[in-house]
Design a protein around this ligand. Structure first.
Ligand code: COA
Length: 249
């Protein structure tokens, strides 16, 4: 157990904090596994009403650890990032994200599977998959065109254009954009605490209804994206782009 994921439980709220500040909270295999196990535990624990995922008030996450991608490229759909995203997508309890600073790669993708997202206006989001020789993941190639239309989603996914927290809220990727990272974290926490007073059965059934229409299609898309993503990680295009990041200094 490392302290790169801090877990705090207060009454019915489980907070999972990404805590690897020297690497902009880039997610390692061990961090994904800890997050996955915590989410599965929360799902099975009747006393947990809500899960809050956050970074610091300065940084959410720089996405997958790029060194990990090169040293241990994902081999199958049970690899730690898949385990984590499966546990997030299948979590029956409400999951809230509090986002400030950078939210890159899976740091943006995972927001598409949270129920509520509070973000600082100046947060910097980006899905640079093509720029890294990769392709979209975990349903983003389905969800983003639906949310934004093909033309806008293409700018984000084909060109890897960055966008702000303010834009994320305007486009429906986030619930609300706030004036600072501290304000985003405080609002997310206040909203998470609201679930203490709501009937947990009704909350879960409502979430299930909201998610059930797309479940099968999403599963198929995630499988297809996952197979292509793992192939692409070994492609010369990706190896060159990922190595360039590692050796950039
Ligand atoms: N994996 C591994 N290390 C990472 C990382 C990642 N995804 N993102 C950042 N880091 C490391 C940097 O290498 C640097 O380490 P060092 O101090 O030992 O050299 C440290 O975190 C700080 O990063 P730096 O780039 O100096 O911070 P910044 O504030 O200038 O920029 C980001 C922050 C997030 C915009 C930038 O780090 C970035 O673009 N990271 C890559 C994100 C990415 O492409 N992720 C997608 C993977 S699919």
């Amino acid at each position: 157990m490392t302290d790169a994921i801090l877990q705090q439980r207060e009454r019915g709220l489980l907070t999972l904090q990404l805590n690897r500040p020297d690497k902009k909270n880039a997610l390692t295999r061990a961090m994904y596994t800890q997050l996955a196990e915590a989410l599965e535990g929360a799902d099975a624990d009747a006393d947990i009403r809500c899960v809050l995922i956050q970074g610091s008030s300065e940084c959410f996450t720089a996405g997958n650890d790029i060194g990990d991608f090169l040293e241990q490229p994902l081999s199958d759909l049970d690899s730690p990032p898949f385990h984590f995203m499966k546990s997030l997508i299948n979590c029956r309890k409400p999951v809230i994200a509090a986002v400030a600073g950078a939210a890159v790669g899976i740091g943006t993708t995972l927001l598409l599977h949270c129920d509520l997202v509070y973000i600082s206006r100046d947060a910097r989001l980006r899905m640079p998959f093509v720029n890294l020789g990769l392709c979209p993941e975990f349903g983003s190639s389905l969800i983003l065109p639906r949310l934004l239309g093909h033309a806008k989603a293409a700018e984000l996914l084909l060109l890897g254009e960055g966008f702000t927290g303010e834009q994320a809220a305007a486009w429906g990727i986030a619930t609300e954009a706030l004036g600072s990272g501290e304000a985003a974290l405080a609002k997310a926490r206040a909203m998470a605490e609201r679930f203490e007073d709501l009937a947990p059965g009704a909350v879960q059934v409502t979430k299930q209804l909201m998610k059930s229409v797309d479940r099968e299609q999403l599963r198929q898309v995630i499988e297809e994206e996952g197979a292509l993503f793992t192939q692409r990680l070994r492609s010369p295009e990706a190896v060159a782009a990922l190595s360039a990041f590692i050796t950039r200094r």
